[in-house]
Design a protein around this ligand. Structure first.
Ligand code: ADP
Ligand code: MG
Length: 316
């Protein structure tokens, strides 16, 4: 079988193609498969779609806009994506505006959400795979942060695998992303609280290292299948985060390398200025030491023991 990883770039280099929401009819250019739903989210659904002129597949994110404020939020998402041209960040190709919705035409990837791989009992995740995944997330974050953009909604469902056969990933969903402003406070995202950084819960200043906290949570989950702060209810989860209550005591971490544990320990820190930045994370031995990677490869270190059927449950 032949896999197309990503849609080829359209003519001009991406950074010359600034997208704005056009009031044109999208159906003149793309055919949306309304029955082909790739995912759903906060404001609408994502469908497969095909560009009429080229036959190439894209993803159409249909966002319902019921107020001027919602429209401004989607325009912010477009503006952020216009500034991001990187292999590990999903690319925006076009946007169409109608009375009730705005449709973003995105690069399509077919490998599904990263965390479907973790909970897939038929797929053995090795620690070296986790290294590959986290390194790419760091590279995407490093680029975003260099462009002064915070993602602020990094979580497993917002990381997609490019295909089933490669370990390539892309960060998606820039719906909450914003340009960094030093003194700006952020409202809590009323979604799942498991991934919220303490400063977001405390309605304190968010910064680049707010994304690095989320990276720590994702790394912990990749390596163990466990959610580090998840409690019996949202309140307990939020309290666990604020108390920074987490550990490596579960048996899922039995075979985990010390480097991996050190990596997480340098991210899940209450004080955000003590956390590693994306560039520092890329230089950390867990991501950069070829000696370690050879050792992980030859020892065939798995992310969690396969006997364990307990995945994504509280660890306390
Ligand atoms: P929301 O802001 O509503 O969470 P997302 O951008 O995260 O929207 O998209 C929702 C879901 O749709 C994702 O979790 C993913 O499963 C799927 N999806 C989004 N973009 C793509 C894409 N480019 N290719 C394939 N699937 C996608
Ligand atoms: Mg999402």
């Amino acid at each position: 079988r032949y896999f197309i990883d990503t849609a080829p770039p359209l003519g001009a280099p991406f950074n010359h193609r600034i997208v704005s929401a056009k009031p044109n009819q999208i159906s003149n250019f793309y055919t949306i498969s309304w029955q082909d739903i790739l995912g759903g989210g906060r404001f609408g659904q994502v469908h497969k779609c095909v560009e009429n002129s080229s036959g190439l597949t894209f993803a159409a994110k249909v966002i319902k806009v019921r107020s001027q404020k919602e429209k401004e939020m989607v325009k912010n998402e477009i503006q952020v994506m216009n500034n991001l041209d990187h292999a590990n960040l999903i690319q925006l190709y076009a946007a169409y505006e109608s009375r009730n919705d705005i449709i973003l035409v995105l690069e399509y990837v077919s490998g599904g959400e990263l965390f479907d791989r973790i909970i897939d009992e038929n797929y053995t995740l090795m620690e070296l795979d986790a290294v590959m995944f986290i390194r790419q997330i760091c590279e995407g974050l490093q680029h975003m942060h260099k462009m002064y953009i915070l993602h602020l909604d990094l979580k497993p469902e917002n990381i997609l695998c490019v295909s089933r056969v490669t370990n390539k990933i892309k960060i998606i969903d820039f719906g909450l992303a914003r340009i960094y402003k030093p003194r700006e406070k952020l409202r809590v995202n009323f979604g799942t609280p498991e991934f919220l950084a303490p400063e977001v819960i405390n309605y304190d200043f968010a910064s680049f290292n707010t994304d690095m906290w989320s990276l720590g949570v994702i790394t912990y989950m990749l390596l163990s299948g466990l959610s580090p702060f998840l409690g019996d209810d949202d309140n307990e989860t939020l309290n666990n985060i604020l108390a920074c209550q987490w550990n490596f005591e579960e048996q899922e971490f039995r075979d985990t390398s010390e480097e991996a544990k050190d990596f997480i320990s340098r991210l899940l820190i209450i004080n955000k200025s003590w956390r590693m930045s994306a560039s520092e994370a890329l230089r950390h031995p867990w991501l950069s030491s070829t000696g370690l990677h050879h050792r992980l490869h030859s020892k065939k270190t798995m992310c969690r023991s396969r006997q364990s059927s307990c995945v994504l449950v509280p660890n306390s």
